[in-house]
Ligand binder design. Structure first.
Ligand code: PMP
Length: 305
């Protein structure tokens, strides 16, 4: 990904893609304190538009606050940088990655005295869990790794270091032939996927783990709350056990990268009809209408670049 043409926004300037480098003594590279976001720009009739830009930027600043980092830019500058990056790379649609990290002035656990940096990159990226996954559903395995407890690395921060847990869980699941992992919290209740929030459908009602299970407060998760309300469906946030997922009528993952991905199997147990369920399909279809600018009620969630 580093050797290609294009532009990356780094600390206030658009620079050539290949020149966007950091030093090997970068604090975050050693100790993992940093925060990032993932956004998508979708092709709309009026050109590329970034989905829920303000909310993602707000979460980035909240993540930095939780991690005691001060981003040296305003949210408005970060929003503008993201539009600039999509434009500069001539993308009709794509994935955006803002990242804030601690510099290389000094090492030692305390980051004090180091500069805080910010970059934004964007590139074309299709369905995270595959086009077929979006249509047919994916196969998931309950992870042997526990999701972070809420008082360890701070689960409401989209912190760089939280992702070692996600990487381990995802690698274990994919090495075993599954598409993605489902992590349980320290008490054994369902938390989230390695990079996705979980929803189940049972008896026409939708359920998702409440955030005390250590799941990230996903922006797609919140989007589903709105879609469900529009469809006259209720979403209940509660503690969920893995066997409730086994006997659910439908299950799906949500995330900026994963979008709305149906889950057809957990631990080799077929969920519902074993493919994309009807409520999942309605939510997915409403989601793609919104992100593509086909639902005027949600035009305010789209920022034209
Ligand atoms: N949980 C984790 C661990 C994630 O990495 C993501 C992706 N950002 C999500 C949930 C979904 O969040 P969002 O819908 O905001 O992308």
């Amino acid at each position: 990904l580093s050797d290609r043409d294009g532009k990356i926004w780094l600390d206030g300037q658009l620079i050539d893609w290949r020149d966007a480098k950091v030093h090997v003594l970068t604090h975050t590279l050693h100790y993992g304190c940093g925060a990032f976001e993932g956004l998508r720009a979708y092709a709309t009739a009026d050109g590329p538009a970034i989905f829920r830009l303000q909310e993602h930027t707000e979460r980035l600043f909240n993540s930095a606050k939780i991690l005691r980092m001060k981003i040296p830019f305003t949210p408005e500058q970060v929003n503008a940088a993201q539009c600039e990056v999509v434009r500069a790379n001539g993308l009709a649609s794509g994935y955006l990655r803002p990242l804030t990290w601690i510099g290389s002035e000094k090492l030692g656990v305390s980051p004090k005295g180091n500069r805080v940096h910010l970059m934004v990159a964007a590139w074309a990226w299709g369905a995270y869990l595959g086009e077929e996954g979006l249509r047919r559903g994916i196969r998931v395995k309950t992870s042997s790794y526990t999701r972070h407890h809420v008082n360890i690395t701070m689960t409401q921060a989209k912190a760089v270091s939280n992702y070692t847990n996600s990487i381990l869980a995802n690698m274990e699941a994919t090495d075993d032939g599954y598409d993605e992992a489902l992590l349980l919290d320290a008490s054994g209740f369902v938390s989230e996927g390695a990079g996705e929030n979980l929803f189940i459908v049972k008896g026409g009602q939708i359920y998702t783990p409440d955030l005390s299970a250590g799941a990230l407060n996903g922006i797609t998760r919140n989007t589903v709350f709105h879609i469900a309300r529009d469809l006259g469906l209720e979403v209940v946030q509660k503690r969920i056990t893995r066997d409730e997922v086994y006997i659910a009528d439908e299950a799906f993952f949500t995330g900026t990268a994963a979008e709305i991905t149906p889950i057809r199997e957990l631990d080799r147990i077929e969920i519902g009809c074993g493919s994309r369920g009807p409520i999942t399909e309605r939510i997915q279809s409403a989601f793609f209408d919104i992100v593509s600018g086909r639902n005027p009620d949600y035009a305010h969630w789209l920022t034209a670049v």
